[in-house]
Design a protein around this ligand. Structure first.
Ligand code: ADP
Length: 474
């Protein structure tokens, strides 16, 4: 988790640094452009104010001795002189040929205007220029012309120091650098906090899962997180644990019962052999003991076969090979095969079939399911009774019902009949030969066909086991 935490922090920092770089660059470029516009705008405003004064009072310039008269005139008529006399600004007036004829008292001497500038100013466009004074102060100038009767009369120059502009720009850079530094620091600390918030619950869960042993299957995680997502993750984790625990318990119970079911025939076998070997026996007695043992071995083989079948069905992929299958001939063959056995037990076995569409099924396993149902029906129905197999279309599928007029099953047993090794007391008393695995196998086969098995029964009237299968078109 340390690696992931570092990765989150580094990614957040890199992303934030990149964003800040773009933001700071844009702010610097935009801020610089705005400052420039501000400086130039003020400078031009100043020059135009001077132009208006010169227009209104031409005599002042014409008769002025350098500087003083103009300043006095402005002082009388306008508030501008206070701005003009501001140390950061200065003004000059030139003749169209570039000779200086007037300058504000605070302006440094500049005897003429360079020719290339004069040329542009004469065309009537204001010309901006940045230069340095002799003491190295950066200054910005604007030159404009004052036309009189269509001719350029004077060239006016307004000048301002760029020191304030440079200080403001340096201030902006410091502000952006400091701000970025603080934001990066907050991002580093914040992403560390966020990574901790996100990774701690995962760390708790994964450490819990790593250190969990089988004895801890009953343990559940409690996570005190304010975030719903982590509470959900914990719940999901705990419900997986629930399922593990339940399936572990089912498996343990299954093994207990299987061992118990095997123990009975093995104990009988051992008892028979002990008794047979206790003293010399007649060949008739040995034969009887062997026959008894053979029956127990048959029971063990049936049990083992059923257990193997169930293991096959529960090992992930059921061993069925589904193909389009017509059920009527399959059931008819089965009924024909079992008629002899039914006759032997004096039970009437019949088959009633509607015409139904084919199903997707595995003939071998469907036959096995129907044998289990018919075997039970013939087994638990007394002589003189009847067993009927009905094939009919139901909804979007088909139903095969095995009906008998046997002993029936008490209601309380019905929900448990498809559990492994479940047998009613009555069946146990009637015959010790059953395994209690026939119906669970039917259930596995039905589910492997996306179908179902259900039962209805009435004591002393009989039972109906119905196997439902989807048809091909579904
Ligand atoms: P087994 O028949 O070997 O005991 P099954 O799983 O086939 O095992 O059946 C489980 C139990 O369901 C039987 O022991 C019996 O109690 C009951 N049962 C099944 N089929 C019938 C039936 N047709 N009539 C009455 N009881 C039945």
């Amino acid at each position: 988790m340390k690696y992931l935490s570092r990765l989150i922090r580094q990614s957040a920092l890199i992303l934030m640094a990149a964003l800040l770089l773009v933001f700071s660059g844009l702010t610097y470029i935009g801020g610089d452009a705005l400052l420039h516009r501000f400086v130039d705008g003020r400078l031009l405003g100043l020059a135009e104010t001077l132009a208006k004064i010169v227009e209104q009072y031409p005599a002042i310039i014409e008769s002025a001795e350098e500087g003083g008269a103009l300043t006095a005139a402005i002082g009388e008529n306008n508030k501008e002189p206070y701005q003009l006399q501001d140390a950061t600004h200065s003004l000059r007036v030139f003749l169209p040929d570039g000779r200086l004829i007037w300058k504000a008292p605070n302006a440094a001497a500049q005897l003429s205007v360079p020719d290339h500038l004069l040329e542009q100013v004469r065309r009537g466009t204001p010309v901006f220029e940045t230069s340095e004074t002799t003491d190295g102060t950066p200054v910005r100038h604007v030159f404009i012309s004052t036309p009189r009767q269509g001719q350029v009369r004077y060239v006016l120059q307004a000048e301002t120091s760029l020191i304030l502009y440079q200080e403001t720009r340096t201030g902006l850079v410091i502000l952006l650098t400091l701000g970025s530094g603080i934001i990066l620091l907050v991002a580093w600390v914040g992403s560390g906090w966020l990574a901790k918030q996100v990774l701690t619950p995962i760390e708790v869960l994964s450490t819990g899962a790593e250190t969990m042993s089988e004895a801890d299957l009953g343990k559940r995680f409690t996570l005190d997180s304010p975030y719903q997502e982590f509470r959900r993750l914990t719940q999901a984790f705990n419900s997986v644990m629930d399922r593990f625990q339940r399936s572990g318990e089912i498996q343990r119970r299954f093994c207990d019962i299987a061992a118990h079911e095997m123990k009975t025939p093995l104990t009988i076998l051992q008892g028979n052999l002990d008794v047979a070997l206790m003293k010399a026996r007649t060949s008739e007695e040995y034969r009887e003991a062997l026959l008894n043992n053979l029956e127990q071995v048959g029971r063990l083989i049936a049990l083992t076969r059923s257990l193997l079948t169930l293991a096959n069905f529960t090992s992930g992929k059921p061993p069925v090979h589904l193909v389009p299958l017509a059920l009527e001939p399959l059931i008819q063959d089965l009924v024909d095969e079992l008629t002899l056995l039914a006759d032997d037990r004096r039970i009437t076995l019949s088959f009633e079939a509607q015409s139904v569409p084919p199903v997707l099924g595995d003939a071998q396993w469907l036959k096995q399911a129907l044998i289990n149902l018919l075997d039970n029906a013939l087994h638990y129905t007394p002589s003189g009774g009847a067993v009927t197999v009905r094939l009919q279309a139901v909804g979007e599928g088909v139903a095969v019902a095995v009906e008998d007029t046997g002993h029936g099953i008490e209601q309380e047993h019905l929900p448990h009949l498809f559990e492994r090794f479940y047998r009613t007391d009555w069946a146990r008393a009637k015959d010790a030969g059953g395994t209690g695995l026939g119906l669970p196998i039917v259930k596995e086969i039905a589910e492997a066909h996306s179908g179902s098995i259900s039962v209805t029964s009435q004591v002393d009237k009989g039972s109906v086991f119905t196997l439902r299968l989807p048809t091909l078109s579904r």
